[in-house]
Design a protein around this ligand. Structure first.
Ligand SMILES: [Fe+2]
Length: 308
C-alpha cells in the first residue's frame, strides 16, 4: 500500500534558522501561509514543511499510495481500530490523517514521487564497466559545483518500541522490512519495492527524528554539500562513509535543532518481486558502516527531541 515518502512536517522555534540551514544544504524555500516549505531544485514536490512552534518536533510524515492502496489502507486502519481524522495542522495537503501506535501523525495521499528534471550526473567508470568514454567527469568549472539534492529519500524516526512500530507499518500500512538490527533498528521499504528504505525506526525512550536523508547526484556532491555546511559552522557528525544497510555512501551534518540531515548516493534498490532479497538481522554496528572517514561524533545515535 505505502509506496513512497512524500514529505515531512516539522515544528521549529525559529523558521529563519531553518531557511538558512536548508538553503545552504541545497534546497529551495517558499512561504506557504505562515509556514516555510522546502523543495529540491527542478522538482515540483514539497519535501519539508517547517511550522513555527515552541520546540522542535517531527510533527508528521506524509506517505504516498495509489487509489487501490488507499481503499485497502482505510479498511486495514478500521480493522486495527485506528481513527481517521481531519488534519491536526493548519495546512492541509489532502489525503487522510491518523496516528501511529506512539501517537505520531501520519498523512497518506494518493500521489507518486515526482521525478527530478535535473541533468543526469556523469556516468561512472568501474573496472570492466567503462561507461564514460570520451567525456570528462570533471572540469575547472566542477570547482563551482554545489550540492543539489534530487529528492527526500528517507528518514529515521525514533520509537520507544521498534517491534511495535514495525508491526504497525508492515501489517497495517503494507511496508516491508529490508534489514534490521533486532529490536534496536529496522529499515522499511515501500510495498512495491524501490529504495532499500524510505522509513526506518531506531530505539529511544520516546519518538523523534534521527535524520532526514536526501539523494544527491554523485559522491562529489555528498562532500561538496557536507564541506559547505561544515565551513559555515554546522557540526560534522558522521562521514564520509558507506552504510551496510542500504549500501549508500553517506555524510551526516547536525541541523540547528540537533537532528541530522544526510546526503546520500548509490542506495540499494529492491524489486517488487523480492524473492531473492534476504533481510539481515545483525547488530547495529554491523548495519551502520562498511567504512567511515572517522568514527561518528558523540551523540550520533541520541534523540535530542523533547518528549511531549
Ligand atoms: Fe539515512
Amino acid at each position: 500500500m505505502i509506496r513512497s515518502l512524500l514529505h515531512v512536517g516539522m515544528t521549529v522555534p525559529d523558521l529563519e534558522a531553518g531557511r538558512s540551514f536548508y538553503q545552504l544544504f541545497g534546497l529551495e524555500s517558499h512561504a506557504s501561509g505562515s509556514d516555510l516549505v522546502f523543495r529540491c531544485a527542478n522538482r515540483e514536490q514539497d519535501q519539508i514543511r517547517l511550522m513555527e512552534g515552541p520546540k522542535k518536533r517531527l510533527s508528521y510524515i506524509s506517505l504516498g499510495t495509489d487509489d487501490v492502496g488507499m481503499l485497502t489502507l482505510k479498511t486495514r486502519l478500521e480493522r486495527a481500530g485506528v481513527r481517521i481524522t481531519e488534519t491536526p495542522f493548519r495546512a492541509d495537503s489532502g489525503g487522510i490523517w491518523f496516528q501511529d501506535p506512539h501517537g505520531d501523525w501520519v498523512n497518506v495521499q494518493v500521489e507518486q514521487v515526482i521525478s527530478s528534471t535535473m541533468p543526469a550526473p556523469p556516468e561512472v567508470n568501474s573496472p570492466g564497466q567503462y561507461r564514460r568514454i570520451g567525456t570528462r567527469a570533471c572540469s575547472v568549472e566542477s570547482m563551482q559545483k554545489r550540492a543539489r539534492p534530487r529528492r527526500l529519500g528517507h528518514l529515521i524516526k525514533f520509537t520507544p518500541d521498534v517491534d511495535r512500530s514495525v508491526a504497525f507499518y508492515t501489517e497495517v500500512l503494507g511496508m516491508k522490512v529490508s534489514d534490521r538490527a533486532h529490536d534496536i533498528l529496522a529499515f522499511l521499504r515501500g510495498s512495491s519495492g524501490g529504495d532499500h528504505h524510505i522509513l526506518a525506526f531506531a530505539k529511544s525512550t520516546h519518538t523523534g527524528l534521527h535524520h532526514l536523508s536526501f539523494e544527491v547526484g554523485d559522491i562529489d556532491e555528498i562532500e561538496i554539500g557536507a564541506q559547505t555546511l561544515i565551513r559555515a559552522g554546522y557540526e560534522d557528525v558522521f562521514g564520509l562513509g558507506r552504510h551496510v544497510g542500504g549500501s549508500n555512501y553517506f555524510h551526516y551534518i547536525r541541523d540547528p535543532w540537533n537532528s541530522l540531515v544526510e546526503y546520500f548516493w548509490d542506495i540499494d534498490i529492491i524489486p517488487e518481486d523480492d524473492s531473492a532479497w534476504i533481510p539481515l538481522n545483525v547488530s547495529p554496528e554491523e548495519l551502520t558502516a562498511v567504512w567511515a572517514a572517522k568514527p561518528a561524533a558523540p551523540g550520533f545515535e541520541l534523540n535530542f527531541e523533547l518528549p511531549d
